[in-house]
Design a protein around this ligand. Structure first.
Ligand code: SF4
Length: 431
């Protein structure tokens, strides 16, 4: 197998490899009355971005807690699910009635969370049907459902295929049963594989999350997981596990109850091994962590429209929402969320408004998404070229061999792929 240039690059490029970029929900400000007012005013304007958006209704319940999980989910209760879904539809309707959303087009309905597959199939298709009825969808749009291999029963998968669902997103995480047990993933690797094979036989596209940098994970175990994903012929989001201090796993690590995480050099080797194995098997690296064999997935409109396109997200704890300059996340707890919606308020917990300068920086994070920075688009939006705003950062990155710049665009180099989050931080404020 051909080795990527990343395998031989200088160890000293950065002292530490980042795996998160700036401007994620972690950086949003707590909601302030003035920003909320501006947000409401913005929602009463027309969407003139000419970009296609994505919709992400979140079902924030799980029936067990993975030890690494930092998502603000709620313990599953069938009684609460009904009330929650009513509130979710009400929140979606509040957005649907704004001028901004009435003048927006969506090409994707993606049920996220949490574990949306905990809904009954009737609840699932009622929610999707609600989105289809109340929002303007492109002539060709895609429905995706996230779920766990345990709750995506064969019956639900058959119903999903019959309904016309395009993709099933599954948090496989690892095919190493020892690690699965440690992470409190309740079913076996064999069961996950069975579910994937079954979904694929039905003609569904399957995308799985897998993680490296798990405590006690060896390079060999990670390579086995990557090879299994390739054999299963699925799309893959290959994440580096960052252990959040709020998680059970963090406490277990602190108490020495689980083995340590791989050292940074092994973690880097894991990234490179996955890159090499996937690309040798005909996968293309797209977005921040995805490997895909489907060409058009690299052309997804919402991804390519960053940072202008927009994601309408709704539901307790959702945190991926953004409309141009506004980014938001919702209240975490199902009860507080339901109460807020009942009172007719958008259940937002954090809301940030970017300045023009922030938007320039966000534009540069296209590099993190493995997208080129189109210099003329930058100039059209901001009146200046990236070289005028970031001369030192660009020179430094060129010198390190991490980016290439020509008269049209700025791109990551092959080595730059390994350091794409560090590169994004170079353009951030207060880095
Ligand atoms: S299924 Fe997903 S959202 Fe639920 S606990 Fe596990 S990682 Fe978190």
């Amino acid at each position: 197998m051909k080795q990527s240039p990343m395998a031989t690059e200088k160890e000293s490029t950065y002292s530490e490899r980042q795996s998160w970029p700036p401007y994620t929900y972690r950086d949003y400000a707590d909601i302030a009355p003035e920003t909320y007012k501006e947000f409401m005013e913005f929602l009463s304007t027309e969407n003139t971005s000419n970009r296609i958006m994505e919709m992400q209704p979140w079902v924030s319940f799980c029936d067990s807690k993975c030890t690494f999980c930092y998502y603000p989910n709620n313990p599953y209760s069938s009684a609460q699910m009904g009330l929650y879904l009513e509130a979710l539809k009400k929140e979606l309707l509040m957005y649907a009635e704004t001028k901004y959303i009435k003048t927006s087009e969506f090409d994707e309905i993606s049920l996220g969370g949490g574990t949306p597959s905990l809904m009954t199939k009737e609840q699932m298709f009622d929610l999707i049907g609600f989105c289809e009825e109340h929002f303007t969808l492109s002539d060709e749009y895609y429905i995706k459902i996230s779920g766990s291999s345990r709750s995506l029963s064969k019956e639900k998968l058959v119903a999903a295929a019959e309904y016309g669902v395009y993709q099933i997103d599954m948090g496989a995480q690892t095919f190493d049963d020892k690690l699965r047990k440690m992470l409190n993933l309740p079913d076996s690797a064999e069961h996950v594989k069975d579910e994937i094979r079954f979904a694929k036989k039905l003609g569904l596209c399957v995308c799985i999350d897998v993680m490296y940098n798990i405590p006690g994970q060896t390079l060999e175990s990670w390579i086995d997981t990557v090879k299994t994903a390739i054999e299963l012929d699925v799309e893959v989001d290959a994440y580096c596990l960052n252990v959040d201090p709020e998680t059970v796993l963090y406490r277990q690590l602190q108490a020495g109850k689980v083995p340590p995480q791989p050292d940074p050099e092994v973690e880097k080797k894991m990234y490179v091994a996955a890159y090499d194995l996937f690309t040798a098997a005909g996968y293309r690296p797209i977005g921040h962590d995805r490997y895909s064999r489907v060409q058009w997935h690299a052309e997804e409109k919402c991804l390519n429209g960053w940072p202008w396109a927009g994601i309408l997200t709704a539901g307790a704890g959702c945190f991926m929402g953004y409309f141009q300059k506004f980014s938001y996340s919702n209240l975490d707890l199902a009860n507080g969320y339901i109460d807020s919606v009942k009172e007719g308020r958008f259940p937002i917990a954090k809301l940030s408004k970017s300045t023009d300068r922030d938007m320039m920086r966000k534009f540069m994070t296209k590099l993190y998404l493995r997208l080129p920075v189109d210099k003329f688009e930058f100039k059209e939006k901001f009146g200046v070229l990236p070289e005028d705003v970031y001369p030192e950062q660009l020179s430094k990155l060129i010198e390190k061999g991490l980016i290439q710049l020509d008269e049209k665009e700025i791109r990551l180099t092959a080595v730059g792929d390994l350091w794409k989050a560090n590169i994004a931080w170079e353009f951030a404020e207060n880095k």
